[in-house]
Write a protein that binds this ligand. Structure first.
Ligand SMILES: Nc1ncnc2c1ncn2[C@@H]1O[C@H](COP(=O)(O)OP(=O)(O)OP(=O)(O)O)[C@@H](O)[C@H]1O
Ligand SMILES: [Mg+2]
Length: 327
């Protein structure tokens, strides 16, 4: 929980946790000192934040792209926010009138968990599409409580797919073939959550998509390894998918209190210019709590700073889309 526990206060309004007679979490509702951005966690605070969010963003429907946009969310660095970004952007787009499919291409299955996909030992998953040619249509499942959102889940079988794919025909384009066999014309977005590697699963995503979105964590070493990712995008573009582009960079886990975070953000903007969304996703405990409830932060705490930021980032993405034909 994101709590503010006051220390050494002398004004009587604050009580240390040790001395509080009730000894419990009421301390968490105390207001933080000015300048410290802490999310207060009470039902009333949540409702107030949700109301403010709704009031601030009255337009319910965003533009739909003329054609289905297929985006891979990739960065071979682990833990930079790929899955969190995929899930929350997908939910935001679906909540604003778009029809969205999430493809979980990571054997860890984190996107599937966050979207409430129940999986058992014999569940069908993206593995069966890649290795056994099952159709995406048969594998896509509606995401509970979010109309317009579907997910093709990942199961642990996928861990073996990198090796099994090696001996298959057209091993780099299995996912592309599956999309081609599935009529994507009634979808607005397909978001592919990639694993933290540049192996055959990520190559399949890059061959199947038109755009790559790269989440970059605002931390030291953020740019390390990015050159390798960019070279891979170039390689896939020159050999397998000539229309592939890096369309979007999203800065994640931004901590506005540190100078380092703003230095990293400036450096990324210096490198990538307009590709970087103007929205920064802040580090927010609510974002990290949501998956354990099988939810996105958009539904878990819609007024939290993380949810508002992801909503804004999705709005930017939607407004950058080619619009018109289906509006
Ligand atoms: N804005 C945020 N604020 C706080 N925690 C966050 C935020 N974004 C992501 N996290 C947490 O950071 C961790 C890594 O995020 P996530 O799983 O999205 O990264 P990833 O790039 O998909 O990781 P992997 O490479 O393992 O697939 C998770 O525990 C997630 O809940
Ligand atoms: Mg992930």
């Amino acid at each position: 929980m994101n709590s503010f526990v006051p220390q050494n206060q002398s004004d009587g309004a604050h009580v240390s946790r040790e001395t509080a007679p009730w000894g419990d979490t009421d301390l968490d509702v105390m207001a933080p000192p000015p300048g410290i951005d802490v999310e207060v966690d009470t039902p009333i605070a949540r409702a107030a934040r949700a109301a403010m969010t709704v009031r601030g963003h009255g337009d319910d429907t965003w533009p739909r792209p003329a054609e289905c946009r297929i985006m891979s969310v990739a960065n071979q660095k682990g833990g930079v926010g790929k899955t969190t970004t995929t899930v929350n952007i997908a939910v935001s787009l679906a909540m604003h009138g778009n029809r969205v499919l999430v493809v979980d291409l990571d054997p860890q299955g984190n996107a599937s968990t966050a979207l409430g996909m129940e999986r058992g030992a014999d569940s069908r998953s993206i593995y069966h599409c890649l290795v056994e040619d099952e159709s995406i249509r048969d594998l896509a499942r509606p995401v509970p409580d979010i109309p317009g959102l579907w997910c093709v889940p990942a199961t642990i079988d996928l861990a073996g797919a990198e090796i099994e794919l090696v001996s298959l025909v057209a091993r780099e384009s299995r996912l592309k073939r599956a999309f081609a066999a599935y009529d994507v014309s009634d979808l607005d977005y397909i978001l592919i959550d990639c694993p933290p590697s540049l192996g055959l699963l990520t190559v399949n995503a890059m061959v199947a998509c038109d755009e790559v979105m790269i989440p970059i964590q605002c931390e030291y070493y953020a740019l390390e390894g990015l050159g390798q990712l960019l070279r891979n995008v170039d390689l896939v573009r020159s050999h397998l998918n000539p229309t592939l582009d890096i369309s979007t960079i999203l800065l994640t886990m931004y901590d506005g209190r540190t100078r380092l975070a703003s230095q990293v953000a400036d450096e990324v903007r210096g490198h990538f210019g307009d590709l970087v969304l103007s929205t920064l996703v802040p580090r927010s405990v609510r974002v990290s709590e949501a998956p354990s409830y099988g939810q996105s932060v958009m539904t878990y705490d819609p007024g939290s700073t993380g949810a508002v930021a992801y909503m804004e980032a999705a709005r930017e993405i939607a407004h950058r889309a080619k619009t018109g034909a289906r509006n």
